[in-house]
Design a binder for this molecule. Structure first.
Ligand SMILES: Cc1cc2nc3c(=O)[nH]c(=O)nc-3n(C[C@H](O)[C@H](O)[C@H](O)COP(=O)(O)OP(=O)(O)OC[C@H]3O[C@@H](n4cnc5c(N)ncnc54)[C@H](O)[C@@H]3O)c2cc1C
Length: 397
C-alpha cells in the first residue's frame, strides 16, 4: 500500500488528495492543513470565476488544464449540487489599442478551443450589458461563477469518504528525503511516506526549499483588494465585466464580478503585499518583507515596473481612484455605490531575472513534489492540475 502525504488544504491540496484515491483506492493518504479549516487563503479569497481559457498561451499547462479543469469542475458541481452559474463574461474595449489586443485574445481563445467566443460591436455590448460603455468587446458565454470554498470542502469530504485522513490545524514544519522514503514533520508528529505532494500556495517556495529544492522561483505576494457593490446597484451588471488585460502582467485588471450568493465584487487590484497571509491593509511581516527586498528577482522587477506599481498603490489607498478605474466601463457607478470588501493575496512565483512566471510550475526533489506556481486560473483548473500532478508523481516512483 502506497503512503502519500499532501500538504495544503486549499483547492489544489484537496483535489490532489482525492485524485490520489481515485487513481489508487487502496492508497493511504493524509492531508495536512495548518489552519483550523480548509480554503482560508487564496482559494477562499478569490473572485470565484471559472475561467473559460481565453488568455493563456496555446499549448501551455495553463491553457490545457484550464480547459479540462473547467469542464471537470462543472461536472463536479452538478454531481454534488454546488452552486455554479454560467453567467458569461465581456471584455470591454475602450479604445483602438484595446480592440487590437482583443483580436489577439480571440485568436488565443480559438486556439485553446474555447467555445462561443465572439466579437461585439458597441451596440451588441450594450444589448448584453446595458450599463457598460465601450467601443466594442469580446463575449465569452461559457465563463462561469462558483463558490470555490464549497468546492474545496466537498473535495476534502469526498477524499475523506474514500479513506483520506484530514489533519486540520497541522502545520508542516519539515520535509526531507530519506532513502526511498520522504519524511514529514509537523510539530511533534513525524511520519514516513512514499511520496509527499506540496500544494502550499503562499508558502510553496519555503516548503520546497525545506525539502532541498532550488531557491528559484520565489513567491512574491500580490494583494488584491475588492469593493462590494451596494445591494440596490447590483443590476448595473448582468454577467462578468472585465477590462482588456495589459499583456505585460498576469493580472486581469479590476473587474465587476457577480457572485453565486448574489453579491457583486469590484476588483481586485494588484499591489505588493507586505505580509503573505496578512489580509488587513497595513499588515506587515518582517520575515516576508525581508524575503522580498533581499530577492534579486524582485529588485529587478521593481526597477522595471515601479510606475505601474505606484498607480496600483494610488488605487489602493484612494477609493476615488479605484472607483474611477471601474467607472471607465460602467459610467453610472459613483463612489458611494462601493463599500469596502474582502482582500486576497496571490502567490505569484518570480524568477531571479525578475520575470513573473506565467505557467503553472511543478518541481520534484526525490520523493517530494512541489507545486511552485499555481496562480489564477488554478482554482478553475484544480481537478485537472490534480490529475496532472498525480500523473507526474506516478512517473517519479
Ligand atoms: C485575489 C485573487 C483572485 C483570484 N481569482 C481567481 C478566479 O477568479 N478564478 C481562478 O481560477 N483563480 C483565481 N485566483 C487564483 C486561485 O485562488 C489560486 O490559484 C488557487 O486558490 C490556488 O490554490 P492552492 O490550493 O494552491 O492555494 P491556497 O488556497 O492558498 O492553499 C494553500 C494551503 O496551504 C496551506 N499551508 C501553507 N503552508 C502550510 C504548512 N506549512 N503546513 C500545512 N499547510 C500549509 C495554507 O494554509 C493553505 O490553506 C485568484 C487568487 C487571488 C488571490
Amino acid at each position: 500500500m502506497l503512503r502519500f502525504a499532501v500538504v495544503g488544504g486549499g483547492i489544489l491540496g484537496a483535489a490532489v488528495a482525492r485524485q490520489l484515491l481515485l487513481t489508487d483506492p487502496g492508497a493511504s493518504v493524509t492531508l495536512f492543513e495548518k489552519e483550523a479549516d480548509f480554503a482560508l487563503h487564496q482559494t477562499g479569497r478569490n473572485s470565484g470565476v471559472v475561467h473559460a481559457g481565453l488568455y493563456y498561451t496555446p499549448g501551455s499547462l495553463k491553457a490545457q488544464l484550464c480547459r479540462r479543469g473547467g469542464g471537470m469542475l462543472r461536472d463536479f458541481c452538478v454531481e454534488h449540487d454546488i452552486a455554479y452559474r454560467m453567467c458569461g463574461k465581456v471584455l470591454v474595449a475602450l479604445d483602438e489599442q484595446d480592440r487590437a489586443r482583443l483580436a489577439g485574445i480571440a485568436d488565443r481563445a480559438q486556439k485553446n478551443g474555447v467555445p462561443g467566443v465572439r466579437h461585439l460591436s458597441s451596440g451588441q455590448l450594450r444589448d448584453l450589458e446595458p450599463h457598460v460603455a465601450g467601443i466594442g468587446g469580446l463575449h465569452s458565454p461559457t465563463t462561469a461563477i462558483v463558490d470555490f470554498v464549497a468546492v474545496t470542502r466537498r473535495l476534502a469530504a469526498d477524499a475523506e469518504a474514500r479513506g483520506a485522513v484530514l489533519r486540520r490545524g497541522s502545520r508542516v514544519t519539515g520535509l526531507r528525503n530519506r532513502g526511498s522514503e520522504a519524511i514529514l514533520t509537523a510539530g511533534a508528529y513525524e511520519g514516513a511516506f512514499d511520496q509527499i505532494i506540496v500544494c502550499a500556495g503562499l508558502q510553496a517556495d519555503r516548503l520546497a526549499m525545506a525539502a532541498g529544492d532550488g531557491t528559484d522561483p520565489r513567491v512574491v505576494p500580490f494583494r488584491g483588494e475588492y469593493y462590494r457593490l451596494r445591494a440596490e446597484k447590483r443590476d448595473l451588471v448582468r454577467g462578468l465585466v472585465y477590462p482588456v488585460p495589459d499583456p505585460r502582467f498576469p493580472f486581469l485588471g479590476v473587474h465587476l464580478t457577480p457572485r453565486v450568493d448574489g453579491e457583486v465584487l469590484i476588483g481586485p487590484n494588484a499591489v505588493l503585499a507586505l505580509s503573505r497571509e496578512g489580509y488587513r491593509r497595513f499588515d506587515v511581516s518582517g520575515r516576508d518583507l525581508w524575503d522580498i527586498v533581499r530577492y534579486q528577482g524582485f529588485r529587478r522587477f521593481a526597477r522595471a515596473n515601479w510606475r505601474t506599481g505606484l498607480a496600483e498603490v494610488r488605487g489602493s489607498v484612494s477609493k476615488a481612484a479605484f472607483a474611477a478605474a471601474a467607472r471607465r466601463y460602467v459610467p453610472q457607478l459613483v463612489d458611494d455605490d462601493m463599500i469596502p470588501g474582502p482582500a486576497g493575496i496571490r502567490a505569484q512565483a518570480m524568477d531571479r531575472a525578475g520575470t513573473l512566471l506565467d505557467d503553472f510550475c511543478i518541481t520534484t526533489q526525490g520523493r517530494i513534489l512541489s507545486v511552485r506556481n499555481a496562480p489564477s486560473p488554478a482554482a478553475t483548473s484544480a481537478l485537472a492540475i490534480a490529475e496532472h500532478v498525480v500523473g507526474v508523481a506516478a512517473g517519479e516512483r
